[in-house]
Design a protein around this ligand. Structure first.
Ligand SMILES: Cc1ncc(COP(=O)(O)O)c(C=O)c1O
Length: 387
């Protein structure tokens, strides 16, 4: 028997990523060298003290129980980290753990939205923002992120009737996929809009530790008034290379945090104690590996973007994240560029259109190779990519 899935699932497909995976596999099967720059998982290792914490926890039989709720130790570690790292004071009841921002973002939509609500999402943007909106049965209004406006939202262009029905807006800087950063004035304007129209702000703080050329990685919650109208997802995935463990937090406005906690209490028995130990180690331990890693990402960015410019591509330097957002050469679309790069060079990127229609004309490359490997990739593209 084949059973029909829910109507809500009609919004989703594995489409483009599955097709790219199949293509990549076909190249590998044909014995071709493949440079996979489409992945979002860092190739760096977790710091030793984090792996030690997990190993120690694994040997302790007490840590294998249901956790049910977030432990005090972890919540206090998160609160003190926010004070130390970002100068933000939060109390432990303004924090909940989530099994990764991905999970939290999906369920926050379910916990806060009703049919008839509107959510404001970036185009191009990280796909899970859409999923959360569909889970909550809301309508989506896409605000465009374009180069001419430095990939920042133009709030004044959003129609008044949309703003009046808006429940929340998702923003994220440094931004995946576009690699842009935002000035604090952008968030301050957003806070004014949220107050005026009664919506809340979800800031996805995934990359404040991967930020280049001396820019400051900050928390949205450090801005005056932010906590009254917003929350922030704070993921450990990319700063500490623990993507597979699924450790993130929702921090900020208590009523929003409580809504997510209530929903989570119905389907989840809490973050594993092992991962709570990892979180404590990350949040209370040394920070030097994060700083060093950021410098290494910057060197990779230089090798890739600088290299592409050398061979005649119109590539600009991304400001942060582990991604670069590169305009495709003339005569190509996102899809045809990705396809040609794969076939002629074995280089796998992600078409900008995977992140929304305004991604047309771009390709996203992940900074998951060493500078030396990027030099090799640039040579291959310079030699084999037809222009
Ligand atoms: C913007 C953004 N938000 C969230 C995530 C996912 O974070 P997590 O691993 O905590 O689900 C990613 C991962 O690529 C991301 O790029």
């Amino acid at each position: 028997m084949i059973y029909e899935h829910s109507k809500m699932l009609d919004h989703f497909s594995t489409g483009i990523f599955a097709a790219m995976d199949a293509k990549k596999q076909a190249l590998l099967d044909a014995g071709r060298k493949v440079y996979n720059l489409s992945v979002g998982t860092p190739d760096f290792e977790p710091p030793q003290h984090i792996m030690d914490a997990l190993a120690e926890s694994a040997r302790d039989p007490y840590q294998y129980r249901y956790s049910l709720v977030d432990g005090r130790e972890m919540l206090e570690a998160a609160a003190s980290y926010y004070l130390r790292r970002y100068g933000v004071t939060v109390s432990t009841d303004e924090i909940t753990s989530v099994n990764g921002t991905q999970e939290g973002m999906g369920h926050l939509g379910m916990a806060t939205l009703n049919p008839g609500d509107v959510v404001l999402l970036p185009d191009p943007g990280y796909p899970i923002y859409e999923a959360g909106s569909w889970f909550g049965g809301a309508e989506i209004y896409y605000y465009g992120l374009v180069k001419e406006n430095e990939f920042l939202p133009k709030l004044s262009e959003i129609p008044e009737d949309v703003l009046r029905r808006t429940k929340y807006i998702c923003v994220s800087y440094p931004s995946n996929p576009v690699g842009a950063t935002a000035p604090k004035s952008m968030y301050l304007e957003l806070i004014e809009y949220a107050k005026k129209y009664g919506f809340f702000i979800i800031n996805d703080n995934a990359y404040s530790d991967i930020i280049f050329d001396g820019r400051e990685g900050y928390s949205f919650l450090s801005l005056p008034g932010a906590k009254e109208v917003g929350v922030e997802f704070f993921s450990l995935s990319k700063s500490f290379n623990v993507t597979g463990l699924r450790i993130s937090f929702l921090i900020g406005n208590r009523s929003i945090v409580n809504a997510l906690k209530l929903l989570r209490s119905q389907y989840d028995f809490g973050m594993s104690y092992h991962y709570q130990k990892v979180a404590v180690a990350a949040l209370t331990g040394p920070f030097d590996s994060v700083t060093k890693q950021c410098a290494m990402y910057q060197k990779r960015r230089d090798a890739l973007c600088g290299g592409l410019r050398r061979i005649g591509w119109n590539a600009w330097d991304s400001h942060g994240t582990m991604f670069t957002w590169i305009p495709v050469p003339e005569g190509y679309t996102s899809a045809s560029c990705v396809e040609t790069l794969m076939e002629t060079c074995g280089v796998v990127g992600t078409p900008g259109t995977a992140f929304g229609p305004k991604g047309e004309g771009y390709i996203r490359f992940a900074l998951v190779k060493t500078p030396e490997e990027f030099e090799e990739i640039i040579d291959v593209i310079g030699t084999h990519f037809p222009r």
